[in-house]
Design a protein around this ligand. Structure first.
Ligand code: PBG
Length: 331
């Protein structure tokens, strides 16, 4: 038996941690289903679901099943999906015209999603990597340099295609300079004033995207993405990128990846009055699932803690593959 003693400790913070009901009341940050954007990988065909080896629990879905999945998520309070098309390798070329094909997989997926769920906010990336044979986000010259201004012309076509298909937010994820202003102008010229731009503003050249590239079957033909995606060493540059995107007309600013870049989210929260999105990326998902499947950690709890931390840092919305695991833990 331990003898009871009472020291004179005037402030005891543990009182507010005494029981679950108190902890829930004093909780400063709360996750809600409304915080999440669900990425969905879309494939051609019908009633098809194909597992992604490096992302256990995530599947590529044909459009009919993607719509079904979105319906289920929407019924649980999820307000938005981001569609990522898995393009047949035979349709990939250096110039990537499939990216703005009005009858292509992406266009069809957007149309069918909006037709089935007009109230759901549908987003899609604007970048060439699912469509180029070399896997880069832009056009390349013979020296392997990624061409900024020529790529922007393609991004404009891709944005207009998405807008015509009914997209709510185009999400340029390519990191070309000046693309947000160019896309805004092109959308406005065609009367798409109500199509928003969610800019991947601080998108780092991260090693955490490999499961995503595996999901989309994107293989980089040459080089890396460091001439357009940001150096993980830099934070002032992230603020500059975000400020430029904001000036150019971005409605929402994104930081990506999320958990290794919480300082960037927090700094951007101080700088901008715009909503901030964070992308809890494929590698962040895959690492946790691998450790979970080895029996080392509990994926649901680690995901909950990760997503809560991303929100605490200042994100208003989070793209994540872990939504289903986390929803039951949200209070
Ligand atoms: C395409 C794009 C990527 C991701 C989102 N959009 C990959 C990349 O830039 O190489 C990564 C998302 C993830 O890893 O979950 N530009």
């Amino acid at each position: 038996m331990i003898d009871q003693i009472a020291l004179n400790i005037p402030i005891r913070l543990r009182r507010n941690r005494k029981m679950d009901s108190i902890r829930k009341m004093v909780q400063e940050t709360r996750l809600s289903p409304c915080d999440f954007v669900a990425p969905i990988f879309v494939i051609d065909g019908e009633k098809k679901r194909v597992a992604i080896e490096s992302m256990p629990g995530v599947e590529r879905l044909s459009i009919d099943l993607a719509v079904k999945e979105a319906k289920e998520l929407h019924a649980q309070g999820i307000q938005s999906v981001a569609l990522f098309p898995v393009i047949d390798p035979s349709l990939k070329t250096p110039e990537a015209p499939e990216a703005w094909n009005e009858d292509g997989l992406l266009a069809r997926a957007i149309r069918e999603m909006k037709f089935a769920l007009p109230e759901l906010c549908v987003m899609a990336d604007v970048a060439l990597d699912p469509f180029t044979s070399h896997g880069h986000d832009g056009l390349a010259n013979e020296k392997g340099e990624i061409l900024n201004d020529e790529t922007i012309e393609c991004l404009i076509q891709m944005s207009l295609m998405q807008a015509r298909a009914g997209i709510d937010f185009v999400a340029p994820s390519d990191m070309m300079d000046g693309r947000v202003a160019a896309i805004r102008e092109a959308l406005d010229d065609e009367g798409f004033h109500n199509v928003g731009i969610l800019a991947y503003s601080a998108k780092y050249a991260s090693a955490l995207y490999s499961p995503f590239r595996d999901a989309l079957k994107v293989r980089l033909g040459f080089g890396d993405k460091k001439t357009y995606q940001m150096d993980p060493a830099n934070s002032r540059e992230a603020l500059l990128e975000a400020a430029l995107d904001e000036e150019e007309g971005a409605d929402i600013l994104m930081v990506k990846p999320a958990t290794l870049y919480l300082d960037i989210i927090a700094k951007l929260r101080e700088q901008s009055k715009r909503p901030i999105a964070a992308y809890h990326v494929s590698g962040e998902y895959a690492m946790v699932m691998a450790a979970h499947n080895a029996g080392y950690i509990n994926a649901e709890k680690v995901f909950y803690e990760s997503l809560l931390s991303i929100k605490r840092a200042g994100a208003d919305m989070i793209f994540s593959y872990a939504i289903k695991q986390v929803l039951p833990l949200i209070c």
